[in-house]
Design a protein around this ligand. Structure first.
Ligand SMILES: C[S@@+](CC[C@H](N)C(=O)[O-])C[C@H]1O[C@@H](n2cnc3c(N)ncnc32)[C@H](O)[C@@H]1O
Length: 351
């Protein structure tokens, strides 16, 4: 008779079969998705410069903390809670007496992050997770009975958990429905947006949201047939650009595919209008002397943050603002490729 190993569970599950040595599909990455049980494997993945599936590595934590200077007793709002990495670092520094409000528009990941932070020892008295859009930050603060926060952080864009999950349709690397909604119960999926927009409107969107140099051509390719999956968009853009512009380098084609996904995601989630609303409401949400940090990942975001901070500085709303962007260190960029695009800007509210 076979002896049961001490940790064998009641229901025996066969190891998933996948071609090659390592699993490639999100669902098969069972070790990465169980960091508590397979800690050593997860460590190995991290050491190789990759992010384990279903997790998010916070970017530029030291730089964020240096600019925010969280101190005991302070109230902080993390507008983009994600996996809670930044929030956890801030929580450790605002104790005793301080608290963090963690806001995220994603109703699927929010409860997981809340559980993780509770398990890390942060009770309701010091940390609350709230589902919502940072465009409504003043209302969020009012609901918590907070007149103004000492610290505001926004780490824009999507988390690795969202990108990794093929069912959410954010990545051209995985087959999935063309959805891309951070909040799947709100708005229209990217497939519907594509079907609804005229070719001209689509071209304008690709230019405006991602500075795509082949916007007109890509828009015409995507409007020639219905596309409802991530792989269909990737295939249509890649093959269409390669056929129409045979001298275009493969890396440039890949960049256009990426930018197409970025532009659609920004439109689906109304990312620019949410950011504009947040930037407008920041002065009233920050206490005198309060600090704000924004991490952006493309020029459309950074331009908005830079302009708003500089205009606020000229108007005397901010006492000090970043004159230059802060970038991640070489070591971090090597260890976490997502960090290479990150730009950090900060501002301090006038007293
Ligand atoms: C880059 S991740 C944040 C990661 C986080 N700093 C961490 O340490 O894990 C961005 C997060 O912001 C959320 N998000 C994006 N736009 C938002 C918005 N307008 N309002 C609230 N949350 C938003 C996304 O759902 C995602 O979870």
């Amino acid at each position: 008779m076979l002896k049961k190993s001490p940790d064998s569970s009641a229901v025996h599950r066969r190891r998933p079969r996948y071609p090659g040595r390592n699993p490639r599909r999100f669902e098969d990455k069972y070790k990465e998705l169980n960091p508590e049980r397979y800690a050593a494997d997860v460590e190995k993945i991290l050491a190789s410069g990759k992010t384990p599936a279903g997790t998010h590595r916070p970017i530029m934590v030291d730089e964020v903390l240096r600019c925010l200077q969280p101190a005991p007793g302070e109230v902080a709002v993390d507008c983009t809670l994600g996996g809670g990495g930044h929030a956890e670092a801030i929580l450790q520094r605002v104790q005793p007496g301080g608290r963090v409000i963690g806001l995220d528009v994603d109703p699927l990941e929010l409860p997981r992050t809340e559980l993780r932070l509770r398990a890390a020892g942060f009770g309701e008295d010091v940390f609350v997770a709230r589902h919502g859009n940072f465009a409504g930050l003043p209302q969020v603060l009012a609901a918590e009975g907070i007149a103004a926060a000492d610290i505001v952080l926004a780490d824009l864009g999507v988390s690795s958990m969202q990108i990794d999950n093929p069912a959410r349709g954010f990545s051209y690397k995985e087959p999935g429905p063309l959805d891309m909604r951070m909040n799947p119960s709100h708005g229209e999926p990217a497939s519907q947006l594509l079907a609804r927009l005229s070719e001209d409107k689509l071209a304008a969107l690709l230019t405006e949201n991602a500075d795509e140099p082949h916007a007109g051509l890509i828009a015409s390719l995507l409007k020639q047939q219905p596309v409802a999956t991530t792989h269909a968009v990737e295939r249509v853009v890649r093959t269409g650009l390669t056929e129409a512009l045979p001298r275009l380098a493969k890396t440039d084609v890949k960049m256009s595919v990426r930018r197409t996904f970025q532009a659609l995601r920004i439109a689906v989630n109304g990312e620019f209008s949410a950011l504009d609303a947040l930037l407008r409401s920041l002065p009233q949400c920050l206490a005198p002397g309060g600090r704000v940090v924004m991490l952006t990942f493309h020029s459309g975001e950074d331009r908005r943050v830079k302009k708003a901070f500089q205009a606020g500085h000229r108007a005397g709303v901010y006492a000090e603002v970043a004159t230059e962007v802060i970038r991640s260190t070489k070591e971090e960029t090597f260890a976490n490729r997502r960090a290479s695009a990150a730009k950090l800007r900060w501002a301090v509210r006038a007293r």
